[in-house]
Design a binder for this molecule. Structure first.
Ligand code: URA
Length: 428
């Protein structure tokens, strides 16, 4: 007979938990026989001591088994999803899901909302008049069948243990733990029922993982977990030192995504999108060039179909901010070599595009437009950003976040860096 205190002490002292210990823990926690404060203490012990591969496998399996699994077995197309660890201006899902669907796969994207400086895919899509992200499992499958893709909120029944654990981690300083992040992300993706998964693990100032080593370790851990659960999984490490594309916010990112689907996307955004699309298609054995699906208009048509199937009007005007302010004036002429992703993300968040607590509303129209990106030549006094808000009083705090956010040099900057840093694949 085990008990919570013994498990906390064992992990605190660097011992391994057995499969039975972990199964008992999740069962007792679901029945409220383990208290939140005990689970929090255990999470802190894991933060310091980590989880072995065996522990992590059982921990993730217990999170999956805490709820339902979506059964996608009835779909005729192969299923493949993408997960991003979160970044600034990361609107890739809005383009990628219809793009990969237009190439012949089924993309079941069950996403979360944004918290802190990184935006959430659902918040962006909800800027579209009428769009709903709350679908039942039946509706999710119907939209997938009809359009080839769906982007919806993960229902309460999917890995509910993660929901409770994440809420505890958020308030106990235990989010930044590789095994806890890996099990949290992968339990939801495995429960979603996809047969293949590509992970976009962001590295840089605007990402969860600031160092390449940590991002690589997280990616390797998640790829191994996917494979153990028979989900073909690959990961790309991609750069998040500067915002992806030019728009950061909700409606503004939808606008930029539509431009991208129409063939006018910014280069960095399209490089990441195409690289992820190629990985996804390769995992499910579809030999098609995703660039053709954009050029032919098929990806954009699929996007409009998906938006309509989820109640939205893809042709309706998007909300526009009442107040617009140029910001971050270049102190001198030169080449912009750095526009910090975290600073721009925090500015957009303070303008109202993001939320501080799960239950806060977000502004559809607020955000930041990058008028210049690293590599651009700029003149003295030129604004590098445009800030947008519903409420003028938000500008001052946003501008404070931008202090020190840029570097300008006199000489021509070094050649552009590829945003794709590294590819991580499984052993089979
Ligand atoms: N995203 C998740 O879903 N879980 C984490 O732990 C971190 C990011």
């Amino acid at each position: 007979m085990t008990d919570a205190v013994s498990l906390i002490q064992a992990k605190r002292d660097g011992k391994q938990l057995t499969d039975d210990d972990i199964r008992w823990l999740f069962d007792a926690y679901a029945k409220n026989e383990v208290a939140d404060e005990q689970m929090s203490a255990l999470l802190m012990a894991i933060y310091f001591q980590g989880l072995s591969q065996d522990e992590l496998r059982t921990w993730t399996a217990a999170m999956i088994d805490s709820g339902d699994r979506l059964d996608l077995g009835q779909l005729t197309r192969p299923t493949v999803d993408k997960h991003s660890t979160g970044g600034v201006g990361d609107k890739v899902s809005l383009i990628l899901a219809p793009l990969v669907a237009a190439c012949g796969a089924a993309v079941p994207q069950l996403s979360g909302r944004g918290l802190g400086h990184t935006g959430g895919t659902l918040d962006k899509l909800e800027a579209i008049p009428g769009f709903t992200a709350s679908l039942t499992p039946r509706q999710t499958i119907d939209v997938l069948n009809a359009t080839g893709c769906v982007i919806a909120a993960a229902g309460a029944g999917l890995a509910p243990a993660d929901r409770r654990l994440y809420a505890l981690r958020d308030v106990t300083g235990t989010v930044e733990s590789i095994p806890l992040i890996a099990s949290s992300i992968m339990s939801k993706k495995i429960a979603e029922g996809t047969s293949a998964l590509v992970l976009d693990v962001k590295v840089g100032t605007g990402a969860f993982m600031k160092s390449l080593d940590k991002a690589r370790a997280l990616a390797q851990t998640m790829v191994a977990l996917g494979e153990e659960h028979d989900v073909r999984t690959a990961a790309l490490l991609t750069s998040m030192d500067t915002p992806l594309g030019r728009a950061v916010g909700n409606a503004v990112e939808v606008e930029e995504s539509v431009q991208a689907l129409q063939g006018n996307g910014p280069e960095d955004l399209m490089r990441v999108t195409y690289a992820l699309a190629r990985e996804m298609l390769a995992l499910v054995g579809i030999d098609t060039d995703p660039e053709d699906a954009i050029a032919s208009g098929r990806a954009y048509e699929t996007y409009k179909k998906m938006i309509r199937a989820q109640g939205g009007d893809p042709d309706a005007p998007l909300p526009r901010a009442e107040h617009v302010k140029p910001a971050l004036l270049a102190p001198r002429e030169g080449w912009l070599t750095r526009l910090d992703a975290l600073a721009v993300g925090v500015a957009a968040w303070r303008l109202g595009a993001g939320r501080a607590r799960k239950e806060d509303p977000v502004s559809a129209a607020a955000g930041v437009i990058c008028l210049a990106k690293p590599g651009d030549h700029i003149s003295e006094g030129q604004p590098l950003l445009e800030l947008r808000a519903d409420d003028e009083s938000r500008f001052d705090q946003a501008i404070q976040a931008l202090d020190g956010a840029m570097t300008i040099i006199d000489h021509e900057p070094p050649p552009e860096q590829d945003p794709i840093i590294e590819r991580i694949i499984g052993s089979c």
